[in-house]
Ligand binder design. Structure first.
Ligand SMILES: [Zn+2]
Length: 139
């Protein structure tokens, strides 16, 4: 399978560089692109959903499986891990909405509006997504 086929199944796709894209995640209610897609020169396709969906769930939502991502010649050979699979700016695009969530909560608190239980949980989600974004690079 090529990245083109995957991209044709996704919504809100934006090309951010050669072989690099972001899109809405098909596996959850995604209003801001949280999925980063990278096509490597050897034909492999890497995906990461910064909202936390597993790659297998993202693929299942568009009727694909993990095997579809890897051309057959690479399945057996075991492929080199990409140290920096995604642009930092793409990761930022994918998590920028989380900063907005935090700033809205901060504004409410500053105006004396208490956090509801669901607001508090959403802030924890924002913190864990931001933390996960820092872990995408293998240092
Ligand atoms: Zn998702």
């Amino acid at each position: 399978m090529t990245a083109d086929k995957l991209l044709s199944l996704l919504h809100g796709v934006k090309r951010t560089g050669p072989g690099r894209y972001v899109s809405l995640c098909p596996a959850h209610e995604d209003k801001h692109p949280s999925l980063a897609i990278r096509e490597l020169e050897d034909g492999r396709v890497l995906l990461h959903d910064f909202a936390g969906c597993a790659t297998s769930d993202v693929l299942a939502a568009v009727g694909l499986t993990l095997e579809d991502l890897f051309p057959e010649q690479h399945a057996a050979s075991g492929s080199a891990k990409e140290r920096r699979p995604f642009y930092a700016v793409d990761i930022l695009r994918c998590v920028a909405f989380e900063a907005l969530v935090c700033s809205i909560a901060a504004t409410n608190l500053a105006q004396g509006v208490p956090l509801s239980e669901s607001d508090r949980k959403r802030l924890l989600v924002a913190a864990s997504r931001l933390q996960a974004a820092t872990e995408i690079y293998d240092e």
